[in-house]
Design a protein around this ligand. Structure first.
Ligand code: MBD
Ligand code: FE
Length: 282
């Protein structure tokens, strides 16, 4: 934390909640009473089983009630669900794929980041601090065919671990961009290596983490959405070898195939990495 402040958990939580409300994701499930009955009954039974098995007291029950109220007040439902549940939803959604299976989206995606043709430099501050990172690769179909004009959306935290639009004092589209690959599906993006991310410690999720004696860290990561006409959208994260939290990500979103191969930059300073994506036809 040098030139910027973390802001509060409630500020980033509420921004993530607003973002979710605007995304239109909430209204797409049909009200199928049978399915709702099945899922809600299982969830309620799981809660009751825990109470009976663990002999949960009134004090503990009330602490839970107060904590759940605080999750809402802090706007941290997106954070809570994305950190502790989304990885299983992502497994179910992508286990049929032959190409990349990807990883969770998390709470800090914003659509419609400014578009640039590859090669390009992501939007960043003039004095953006960090290690320059050249991120390049190719987008292909699972049959091996290059996907011309594939789209690569990239967003990630800065060197202090903060995301634009969710922490104060950062330009709106900082370290966010939409990149159009060339005729052969090749992309080449100059950016700045992100720092590990710490879940806000002053909100409800941070309170739970501290009370349970857990740590609040995600390893440093790049977020991506890779798409091409006629192919399934890939949502992924990529990680840096050697990060101490690759093996105990609080969000359980690291997979071995998502680790980058980081090399010294061939030109200039910093590092470079090549990662190819394979998309499944729809
Ligand atoms: C993040 O940056 C993130 O990617 C996830 C999944 C949860 C919290 C913060
Ligand atoms: Fe993230």
């Amino acid at each position: 934390m040098t030139t910027e402040t973390a802001g509060s958990a409630a500020a980033s939580g509420n921004a993530a909640t607003d973002r979710f409300r605007q995304s239109g994701k909430k209204s797409t499930v049909a009200a199928d009473a049978e399915r709702i009955d099945r899922l809600a009954s299982k969830l309620i039974k799981a809660a009751n089983d825990i109470v009976l098995e663990e002999r949960v007291s009134y004090e503990e029950f009330n602490a839970l009630k107060a904590w759940l109220i605080k999750v809402g007040e802090d706007g941290e439902w997106p954070l809570f669900l994305d950190v502790w549940v989304e990885h299983s939803v992502e497994d179910v959604a992508t286990d049929h794929r032959e190409g990349n299976k990807g990883s969770i989206e998390g709470p800090y995606y914003t659509p419609d980041a400014p578009e640039q043709a590859s090669p390009a430099t992501i939007s960043m501050r003039e004095d953006e601090s960090g290690t320059p990172l050249l991120f390049q690769g190719q987008v292909r179909s699972t049959d091996g065919a290059a996907l011309s004009n594939a789209k690569v959306e990239l967003w990630h935290a800065d060197e202090a671990g903060f995301y634009s639009q969710f922490a104060p004092g950062i330009p709106e589209w900082n370290l966010r961009g939409t990149f159009i690959a060339d005729d052969e599906g090749n992309f080449k993006i100059q950016t700045m290596q992100p720092a590990p991310y710490q879940i806000p410690t002053d909100g409800a999720c941070g309170q739970l983490i501290a009370a349970a004696g857990w740590h609040a860290w995600r390893p440093a990561h790049l977020h991506l959405k890779v798409s091409a006409p006629g192919h399934e959208l890939l949502t992924a994260q990529l990680y840096f070898p050697g990060d101490e939290h690759n093996d105990d990500d609080i969000a359980t979103a690291v997979k071995p195939e998502l680790l980058l191969d980081i090399q010294p930059a061939a030109e200039g300073n910093g590092v470079q990495t090549t990662y190819d994506f394979m998309l499944d036809p729809v």
